[in-house]
Design a protein around this ligand. Structure first.
Ligand code: HH2
Length: 274
């Protein structure tokens, strides 16, 4: 990183091994393509890569354990062999998938269902991995049907607090827990900017905060860019806003664009108080 600037948020590069992800479905469906893509993201400056084999986009149907394992395990193994020092997270809600991915070298479990499964919590405690606890409402198939909250921020904070406490009670080290308000997961479109601005409220829980806004639909609504893969500029704007709000980790598709924008942003930010 450039000299003399404050630490920037960590960047997580998204590696979707799915035929149907909302912005890059089908692009890296073969394991070797996905591994090569992960190595490229690491080369572009990703601090870790997030491997997922099941799309969580609104309306998507789930996949079986067997199919998810078939998609992700060769990719985790391939990244581990080609880049032994790389941090790999597994984006799954299934304990069986997380277990195999950890055995293959994943060091973080990114669970969009907030570690609700006690078996998942027990596994993560035993394995000593880092965990991302994300808020969402409902399953992907119906999560955009009811997006009304009586108090959005309070509800998300309360959920993250409860799930983090359950994780700690299961034996997960508090320092290994990250929380994530789940941008786009069962939220009204314009609630998403509110969630990003509210990072300090989530950070007050005492855990690092991850924000995953990259290429999501609210960015399309704001910018008028309806093709998800074309939402790079808006996504970089969201990343800078999340950094400004104090996010510790940003989950992004466009690593190089985000890293370069953040480097400039952080260089300026270092002088705000002077
Ligand atoms: N968003 C997606 C997937 N996993 N994990 C966390 N912690 N936070 C997020 O915001 C998040 C996530 C959705 O993005 P993507 O993986 O690109 O799409 P899909 O779920 O369609 O594969």
């Amino acid at each position: 990183m450039a000299v003399g600037v404050s630490p920037r948020p960590l960047l997580v590069g998204v590696v979707n091994v799915t035929p149907d992800s909302f912005s890059d479905g089908g692009q890296h469906a073969a394991a070797e393509d996905a591994v090569a893509y992960a190595l490229r993201l690491l080369d572009e400056g990703a601090d870790w890569v997030d491997v997922g084999g099941e799309s969580t986009r609104p309306g998507s149907a789930g996949v079986s354990v067997e199919e998810e394992l078939r998609r992700v395990i060769p990719v985790v193994q391939g990244i581990r062999e080609a880049a032994p020092g790389a941090v790999i997270s597994i984006d799954t809600s299934k304990e069986a998938v997380a277990a195999e991915a950890i055995a293959a070298g994943a060091r973080v479990v990114n669970d969009v269902s907030g570690l609700e499964d006690p078996a998942m919590r027990a596994l993560c405690a035993r394995a000593g991995v880092q965990v991302v606890i994300m808020h969402k409402r409902g399953r992907p198939a119906e999560m955009q049907v009811d997006t009304a909250y009586s108090d959005l921020l309070e509800e998300v904070v309360a959920y993250l607090r409860r799930q983090a406490r359950l994780a700690e009670e299961a034996g997960i080290d508090p320092g290994r827990i990250l929380v994530d308000p789940g941008v786009g997961f069962g939220k009204a479109l314009l609630d998403n900017p509110r969630l990003i601005a509210a990072v300090p409220r989530f950070a007050a829980l005492g855990h690092r905060v991850l924000i995953g806004a990259s290429r999501k639909r609210f960015i399309g609504e704001i910018t008028g860019v309806h093709e998800a893969s074309q939402r790079v500029f808006g996504s970089v704007g969201a990343a800078l806003a999340a950094a400004r709000a104090g996010a510790h980790v940003l989950r992004v598709h466009d690593v190089r664009a985000t890293r370069e924008a953040l480097a400039v942003y952080m260089a300026v930010e270092a002088h705000w108080s002077t």
